[in-house]
Design a protein. Structure first.
Ligand SMILES: *[C@@H]1O[C@H](CO)[C@@H](O)[C@H](O)[C@H]1NC(C)=O
Ligand SMILES: *[C@@H]1O[C@H](CO)[C@@H](O)[C@H](O)[C@H]1NC(C)=O
Ligand SMILES: *[C@@H]1O[C@H](CO)[C@@H](O)[C@H](O)[C@H]1NC(C)=O
Ligand SMILES: *[C@@H]1O[C@H](CO)[C@@H](O)[C@H](O)[C@H]1NC(C)=O
Ligand SMILES: *[C@@H]1O[C@H](CO)[C@@H](O)[C@H](O)[C@H]1NC(C)=O
Length: 412
């Protein structure tokens, strides 16, 4: 190996090899949607002997000219019939992988970014919206009434795939725990951004949460300023599905929450569908492009519960994606929740904010009602309870449905 290395130096191959530069690229220098140079996600056919294939890959990589500058295999995925891996490979190696009969598809890795649009100063009107048939007239962010059953999602689990969660925030009363850090080795297992804590706050915190008794499990797939890649998100899903399926009875009581949006990715959609096949529901934001949700992943995964955003006046947010891939709308403009410091509050807008309302609602209903163990049954129940024909400008092809917990408040 060393000899090969020296020979290559002598030939000056180092200077011209594309992936040599690729290795220096930091995703923080890339834009949303950019391809990550030299990095790939490989999907394997079902029933392939993964160990044998990976050892073949290691072998091919070892023989590659760019051995010294490409990292090779970086992450492996195996859950619920989804098998594959991610890594950095030179053109030659990736061509050999692509030609292998065990390989289903190869997709170049891509950068995705969280977009929480606005930050302003001060109660979450969204909690009133999902628990009242009466339209909200007072659009103050706080000072609203939330009506819910006291079970409040007890015995359920929200796997929050985001920038990390300030799990020791007193607002979680010990119900938030650390799960997995897909950026281990690059960044500490803390929420350096705030977004993940905001999302977790809307799902389960005492003041801002929909399901105030649910447990949050922090799965960090996003780096500090809001960036991630397909490989890191699929790595997070891989951990979640193995964690959930390793605990009997957990699947029917869990949701995965993801507010990231990538342009449509077969690998990511396939991962979400595989998680669903193993009984785990993914609740995802429709995306913030004022475009068809079918252009984004995971929003376009057929088994995801995809959520668009409305303002307090029930008008679709001008940024919210729409179309037949959307399942339901929920509050996503001026949503107050936690941030990454004890005691802090932040008001944000985005389908990242509408999706946790529905993730929380899914957990609330799973905790309250029987028969909602499967993703399909949960999606059906949420659509059945939703208020119809109240969303203004739902967008072409969208269902006109506003998330609602079905609560009946006695009137005196
Ligand atoms: C909570 O966790 C954060 C991040 O790890 C840490 O900085 C902070 O000191 C912790 N707070 C308490 C009260 O332990
Ligand atoms: C799932 O993750 C939690 C939190 O990290 C851990 O305590 C638990 O042991 C894991 N369960 C399995 C089956 O891996
Ligand atoms: C991070 O990696 C180290 C070394 O491999 C390991 O010991 C540790 O458990 C990992 N931490 C997380 C949160 O995955
Ligand atoms: C609904 O509220 C949004 C702001 O949240 C505002 O921009 C829009 O004009 C309002 N629409 C109507 C019909 O009042
Ligand atoms: C998942 O997290 C994203 C933000 O990362 C958020 O927009 C979305 O609402 C969350 N969904 C659930 C079900 O928690």
């Amino acid at each position: 190996m060393m000899m090969q290395y020296l020979a290559r130096l002598a030939l000056g191959i180092f200077a011209i090899a594309g992936p040599a530069l690729a290795a220096q690229v930091d995703i923080l220098d890339l834009q949303d949607g950019d391809l990550v140079p030299g990095k790939y996600i490989v999907n394997l056919k079902p029933a392939v002997d993964i160990k044998a294939h990976l050892s073949w890959v290691r072998d091919v990589h070892k023989r590659s000219l760019d051995l010294c500058v490409t990292a090779g295999l970086e992450k492996t995925f195996s859950f619920a019939g989804f098998a594959g891996y991610a890594g950095e490979f030179d053109d030659d190696t990736i061509a050999k992988i692509l030609a292998d009969a065990n390989v289903l598809s190869v997709e170049q890795d891509r950068v995705g970014r969280i977009s929480a649009l606005v930050q302003q100063g001060d109660a979450p009107w969204g909690l009133e919206s999902i628990s009242s048939r009466t339209p909200i007239t007072d659009t103050n962010t706080r000072g609203h009434t939330y009506s819910y059953d006291s079970t409040a999602g007890s015995g359920t689990f929200a796997y929050v795939l985001d920038s990390g969660v300030l799990t020791n925030n007193t607002q979680f009363n010990g119900r938030a725990i650390k799960g997995y850090n897909a950026w281990n080795g690059t960044e500490s297992f803390d929420d350096h951004f705030g977004h993940g804590t905001h999302v977790a706050g809307t799902i389960a915190s005492e003041t801002y949460g929909v399901a105030k008794q649910a447990t949050v499990i922090d799965v960090k797939v996003v780096r500090s300023v809001g960036y991630s890649t397909l490989a890191h998100v699929i790595d997070g899903i891989n951990w979640v599905v193995n964690n959930v399926t390793g605990t009997p009875g957990r699947a029917g009581k869990s949701v995965i929450n993801m507010s990231l949006a990538f342009s449509t990715s077969t690998s990511l959609n396939r991962a979400v569908d595989a998680a669903s096949a193993s009984g785990i529901l993914s609740v995802v934001g429709a995306g913030n492009d004022n475009a068809l949700a079918s252009t984004r992943s995971p929003a376009s995964a057929s088994t995801a519960l995809t959520v668009g955003a409305v303002s307090a006046n029930r008008t679709r947010a001008p940024f919210s994606n729409y179309g037949p891939e959307v399942d339901v709308f929920a509050p996503g403009v001026n949503v107050a929740s936690l941030w990454n410091e004890e005691g802090a509050e932040s008001v944000n807008s985005g389908t990242s904010m509408s999706s946790p309302h529905v993730a929380g609602l899914a957990l609330y209903l799973k905790g309250l009602e029987d028969g909602l163990d499967s993703p399909a049954a949960t999606i059906k129940r949420i659509k059945q309870l939703a208020q119809s024909d109240v969303v203004v400008d739902a967008g072409e092809g969208s269902p006109n449905l506003l998330a609602y917990n079905g609560i009946t408040v006695p009137t005196y």
